[in-house]
Design a protein around this ligand. Structure first.
Ligand code: AMP
Ligand code: ZN
Length: 471
C-alpha cells in the first residue's frame, strides 16, 4: 500500500519514494517567531505532523527540518518597536512555539535551524547566484534575483511569466511578502537601513544588511538535507511567492531538482476569510486553552478535515472535537479495564484487527485522508463495543484491539492511554497506594493521594482498580 500525495507541481498523485530508498528528507517552513503562533498556523503544523507520523506508520524513516524564521521584516519591526535585541525578542516566541507544539502533541522533528545561524551559508549562496548571472546588486545596495533568468519560474504555482508584466519597470520588490499582482525580481540580500533595521545587520561582500526570507529556506534545506529533498510542505499561502522563489534560488544554484514533491495545506478560515494576524481574526492556542479546551481537542478539531480542504473555525467545531475525543478515550478505558467472560474467545479477532489496520492504512495512503481514517477508527469502536456488550470478547481479544487503537493513534496523536501517559514516578505511587488500600492502610493511601495531587494527578477508584488522570 504505497503512500501517495497530491503534488502541487504536477497536480497529480505521486508515490512517496525516498531518494536514498529508506529515509524521507522532509522540509517544512516553520514559524516566524515575531508573536505567538495562531491556530491557523497550527493547522498546517499539525498536517505536517500527521504526514510525518503517517510516513513512519508505513515504515519510512523520516529526517525532517522545520526552520525558525528569526530574521525577516516582521521580526525586525517587532524588535525595533520593543527596543529589544533581535535575539531577545524572537527567543520568547521560539520558547512559546515549543511549548505550544508539545501541548498539541506535535512530535519533535530532527532539526530546527534558526535562520540567524546560517548567515555565512546564505552569503555564499548569493555569491554563487551572482557568479551564475541570475542575481545582481541593485542601485539601492540590495541584491536581487532576476526571475527572468530562471526558465522554470512559475512552474509550482502554474503562473506563466509571459502573461504577467514583470521587470524592473514594475518596480523591484524589497519586501519579504508580495502577491501575484506585483510579481518582480525579489530580494536576496536587503541593504541596511538604520532607521528601519535598528541594530540588526550582518557584514557581507555586498555591504551591511540581512538575508531575504525566501533565501533562508533554500540555504537551510540544502545545508541539512542536501541539494534534492523528497518532500517540501507548507501552507497554501507559501506556494507563491515563497516556494516559487525557493525553487528559483536552489535550482539556479545547484542545477538539481530542489524538491521531488510539494504539498500544501489549505487554510483555517474564520467567516470564510483566512485566519491571520493582519485581519485580526485569530485565536492563539493559549486563547483556547484558557477557555478550557485541551491541546488534544484543539488538535483533533484542526486535523479532522482533509488537508486540501479549507476548514472554518467555530466553537461548535471544538465541541464536536471534544465529544469525539471522549468517545475515543472512553473506548480506550473500556478496553484497558475489560476483563471479559472466562472461556470465551472471538474466533475472528485476527481478521477483525487486520482489516481495521488495513482500512486505516488505505485511507492514509490515499493522499492522507484523515477524515476517512477517523471513520475507520469510529467504525471499529462501534463494532468492538457491540462485541463487548454481547460478551463475545476475551481479555486477550480486547488487548489485541487496544493494540490496533495504539497503532492508529501513533498517527492521530489524540488518545490517552493510562499506562503510557503516566510518568514512572506517578505509576509507582499509584501502585503503592493500591497496596496500602489492599492492607487497609487508609492513612498512607490518603497521603499518596495528596502526593499525586501535588504532581498534578487525581486518582479515581473503580471496581477494577485505581485509575489516575491528569488534574
Ligand atoms: P508564518 O509563521 O506566518 O511563517 O506561518 C507558518 C505556517 O502557517 C505557514 O506554513 C503558513 O502557510 C501557515 N498558515 C498561516 N496562516 C494559516 C491559516 N489561516 N491556516 C492554515 N495555515 C496557515
Ligand atoms: Zn520556507
Amino acid at each position: 500500500m504505497p503512500l501517495q500525495l497530491f503534488n502541487t507541481e504536477t497536480r497529480a498523485l505521486q508515490t512517496v519514494t525516498p531518494l536514498d530508498g529508506k529515509k524521507v528528507r522532509f522540509y517544512t517552513c516553520g514559524p516566524t517567531v515575531y508573536d505567538f503562533a495562531h491556530i491557523g498556523n497550527f493547522r498546517t503544523f499539525i498536517f505536517e505532523d500527521i504526514l510525518r507520523r503517517a510516513m513512519k506508520f508505513f515504515g519510512y524513516e523520516v529526517m525532517q527540518v522545520m526552520n525558525l524564521t528569526d530574521v525577516d521584516d516582521k521580526t525586525i519591526r517587532g524588535s525595533v518597536a520593543k527596543k529589544m535585541s533581535l535575539n531577545d525578542f524572537t527567543s520568547q516566541y521560539t520558547k512559546a512555539f515549543f511549548e505550544d507544539i508539545k501541548t498539541l502533541n506535535i512530535e519533535q522533528v530532527e532539526h530546527y535551524p534558526a535562520a540567524t545561524d546560517y548567515i555565512p551559508q546564505m552569503i555564499e549562496m548569493i555569491e554563487e547566484l551572482i557568479r551564475k548571472g541570475v542575481a545582481y546588486v541593485g542601485k539601492d545596495g540590495s541584491v536581487y534575483f532576476a526571475i527572468g533568468k530562471f526558465p522554470g519560474y512559475g512552474k509550482l504555482s502554474h503562473l506563466s511569466l509571459d502573461e504577467l508584466k514583470v521587470g524592473a519597470s514594475e518596480g523591484r520588490r524589497s519586501q519579504d511578502e508580495y502577491g501575484k499582482e506585483n510579481i518582480a525580481d525579489f530580494v536576496l540580500w536587503k541593504g541596511y537601513d538604520p532607521e528601519r533595521d535598528g541594530e540588526v545587520y550582518w557584514e557581507s561582500p555586498f555591504g551591511k544588511g540581512r538575508p531575504g526570507w525566501h533565501l533562508e529556506c533554500s540555504v537551510m534545506a540544502r545545508a541539512i538535507l542536501g541539494d534534492t529533498i523528497d518532500i517540501h510542505a507548507g501552507g497554501v499561502d507559501l506556494m507563491f511567492p515563497h516556494h516559487e522563489n525557493e525553487i528559483a534560488q536552489s535550482e539556479s544554484c545547484t542545477g538539481c531538482c530542489f524538491s521531488k514533491l510539494w504539498v500544501h495545506a489549505e487554510h483555517l478560515l474564520v467567516d470564510n476569510k483566512k485566519m491571520s494576524k493582519s485581519l485580526g481574526n485569530f485565536y492563539t492556542l493559549r486563547d483556547l486553552l484558557e477557555k478550557g479546551y485541551s491541546g488534544k481537542v484543539i488538535r483533533y478539531m484542526l486535523m479532522q478535515t482533509h488537508y486540501r480542504t479549507s476548514l472554518n473555525f467555530t466553537f461548535q467545531g471544538l465541541e464536536g472535537a471534544k465529544a469525539a475525543i471522549s468517545r475515543i478515550n472512553d473506548f480506550i478505558i473500556r478496553l484497558e479495564e475489560y476483563q471479559g467472560p472466562l472461556g470465551v474467545q472471538f474466533a475472528d479477532i485476527e481478521s477483525f484487527t487486520a482489516r481495521a489496520i488495513e482500512d486505516f492504512g488505505k485511507a492514509l495512503a490515499d493522499d492522507l485522508n484523515v477524515p476517512e481514517a477517523l471513520a475507520v477508527l469510529f467504525e471499529m469502536i462501534r463494532a468492538a463495543n457491540g462485541l463487548c456488550d454481547a460478551k463475545k470478547l476475551s481479555r486477550h481479544d480486547a488487548e489485541a484491539i487496544l493494540e490496533v487503537v495504539k497503532k492508529m493513534d501513533s498517527v492521530l496523536g489524540v488518545g490517552t492511554f493510562t499506562h503510557e501517559s503516566v510518568p514512572a514516578e506517578v505509576q509507582k505511587l499509584v501502585d503503592e497506594r493500591q497496596h496500602a488500600r489492599a492492607v487497609r492502610d487508609w492513612k498512607r493511601s490518603d497521603e499518596i493521594r495528596d502526593a499525586l495531587a501535588g504532581l498534578g494527578y487525581v486518582v479515581e477508584d473503580t471496581p477494577s482498580g485505581s485509575r489516575v488522570k491528569r488534574l
